[in-house]
Write a protein that binds this ligand. Structure first.
Ligand code: SF4
Ligand code: SF4
Ligand code: SF4
Length: 535
């Protein structure tokens, strides 16, 4: 253990610092389970743990704010099935067990505001059903972090990492994790983990290996497209699948280039575009669970990539080589048929986009304005809106008189895309928050800010691409024992954004308060498109 692993009861400023860290690192709930937590760790401290040994001092100094070491007591719940956790755990000492709620009958440990799972179903099953219900055409690559069978418990020990698959991909955790013994865990928030993975090929390989061993087979098994496959085939396929991680704006396939593989999108978004004169025409986009390459590999006469495919943000793909893909479709004719239909639809869509520039412009808007990102975007139908501002007033009334959005934003046809937080699939606002104040709440997909932890640094407001965070003055000044010192005596700013009214029992006040029914929350580009078309 590092030297500065202490009991949080020392002297005022240190207490403040420790409280900040304690809150930060227990922000996802189970405060009762933590026996102690580290202060900010120096590079030397970090390097005592095997996972940080590859990195130099400068890098470790940069990520140290996003790392803590905590001692958890036996049987403490680290996270629950169905909740979002924006960090990965590295076991330093002790053991952790991972299980499905329903499968072993463990007493559900629920915090306030967390929806109870539907009777008789695990949270994961409920999520899977919800996903499948919401998208008839999407082939869902499920969010399984662990290859757990019903009744199974997986025990993890020192040197093992867990939670990273859900955290990195913005997926809810598919299982519950609890301390099997008193244990010491290094906790690494997503921004640091992403940087560590990018900097160290060895860590990337290690995380890919974990993913392959722990969850890839389970994912393939529960992917509707692959349902007809027998177990032996899936096991063989899992060994051959290549895991590809892309930075934003990376080219995955170049229009006209040779087609060597078929891709399944694991997380993130992929833009499909075609050349048009000097520019490009956006044809479509792919999100989690969608596929790329079926048209090129199945339809006769299609030579080379039909479109250029580029990642919109951090994107993960599963790549299946041409030969394996052809074996798959020949062995299982129903899969071939399904992919054939997808291929034909994609080719038709490309043709349609070429003839209908407005459709392409819409796709471009959807990508540029982040409509693909949002779990919940507030749009207002301007054809119906009377500008009465009741939506804003409803928001203010729910949040101590201070509204969390203004009735302004980009317009697409009759729809105003407000600057209320989208509750993104990949909330980049979390990156760089020095205190962990901005985080995933434990409810659905909500991104919230904990006022008590916010030091008003504006990093989140600067990072949010959709201007959904505003800084406001509180009229207070920071205390003389404030850390960081540079804030002492300065005016206290707070970051503020939509929290989806998740602490209330009435749902989004903006929507409910609109007397004309024209403030609407949408959760997908398709919903947005339907709204735009209904005028
Ligand atoms: S604050 Fe911005 S980046 Fe963060 S979730 Fe909301 S819209 Fe997305
Ligand atoms: S302003 Fe934003 S980034 Fe800075 S501490 Fe507050 S929530 Fe975190
Ligand atoms: S959901 Fe609630 S917090 Fe968000 S904009 Fe609407 S009223 Fe405001």
């Amino acid at each position: 253990m590092p030297n500065n692993y202490k009991n949080p009861n020392i002297r005022p400023t240190v207490i403040k610092r420790l409280e900040l860290y304690k809150d930060r690192w227990t922000s996802y709930g189970a405060t009762a389970g933590i026996l102690g937590i580290s202060e900010k760790l120096s590079p030397k401290d970090l390097r005592r743990f095997e996972i940080f040994r590859d990195y130099d001092d400068e890098f470790l100094e940069e990520i140290s704010a996003d790392v803590s070491v905590a001692k958890w007591k036996k049987h403490a719940i680290l996270f629950e099935e169905g909740t979002y956790v924006d960090m990965a755990f590295f076991i330093v000492q002790g053991a952790v067990e991972v299980y499905l709620h329903k499968s072993n009958g463990a007493a559900p440990f629920r915090r306030a505001n967390v929806r109870a799972e539907e009777a008789g179903k695990t949270v994961l099953q409920t999520q899977l059903e919800k996903q499948n219900k919401n998208s008839e055409t999407i082939i869902f690559l499920s969010a399984m972090d662990f290859n757990l069978q019903a009744g199974g418990v997986l025990e993890l020990g020192p040197g093992e990492i867990f939670g990273e698959i859900g955290a990195m991909n913005g997926w809810p955790q598919s299982a519950t994790a609890r301390a099997a013994t008193d244990c010491v865990l290094a906790q690494i928030r997503v921004p640091a983990l992403r940087r560590m993975k990018r900097k160290s090929p060895a860590l990337k390989q290690r995380l890919d290996k974990i993913y392959r061993e722990r969850s890839l087979l389970a994912q393939l098994r529960t992917t509707p497209l692959l349902r007809p496959c027998d177990e032996a085939f899936l096991e063989a396929l899992a060994k051959k699948v290549e895991l590809v991680s892309c930075e934003p704006n990376e080219i995955i396939a170049q229009e006209g280039g040779p087609v060597e593989a078929f891709y399944l999108v694991r997380s993130g978004f992929v833009k499909l575009s075609q050349k048009m004169g000097e520019g490009e025409l956006v044809v479509s986009y792919l999100s989690k669970g969608m596929t790329l390459g079926e048209a090129e590999l199945l339809v006769e006469g299609v030579r080379g990539w039909n479109c250029t495919a580029a990642s919109v943000e951090f994107t993960d793909l599963a790549k299946i080589g041409r030969e394996d893909f052809l074996i798959l479709t020949q062995k299982y004719s129903s899969i071939g048929k399904q992919l054939w239909e997808t291929a034909v639809a994609r080719l038709k869509q490309a043709g349609f986009s070429k003839k209908n520039i407005s459709s392409s412009q819409f796709m471009q808007t959807a990508l540029e304005k982040g409509l693909v990102q949002g779990h919940s975007i507030l749009v207002i139908d301007l054809n119906v809106c009377t500008r009465c501002d009741e939506c804003v007033r409803g928001c203010a009334d729910t949040h101590e008189g201070r509204p969390r959005f203004v009735r302004e934003g980009d317009k697409h046809e009759n729809l105003l895309i407000t600057k209320a937080c989208y509750h993104c699939h990949d909330p980049v606002c979390l990156v760089g928050c020095p205190t962990g104040a901005i985080r995933r709440a434990e409810v659905g997909d909500v991104v919230e800010i904990a006022d008590a932890l916010c030091i008003g640094c504006q990093a989140c407001a600067n990072n949010c691409p959709y201007d959904a965070i505003v800084m406001h003055e509180t009229g207070e000044t920071w205390a003389e024992n404030m850390i960081p010192e540079l804030l002492r005596g300065k005016p206290r700013l707070l970051a503020s954004k939509c929290d989806l009214c998740y602490k209330t029992n009435h749902g989004p006040a903006c929507v409910n308060n609109c007397p004309h029914g024209c403030a609407i929350r949408i959760g997908s580009v398709e919903e947005f498109q339907r709204l735009a078309m209904r005028r």
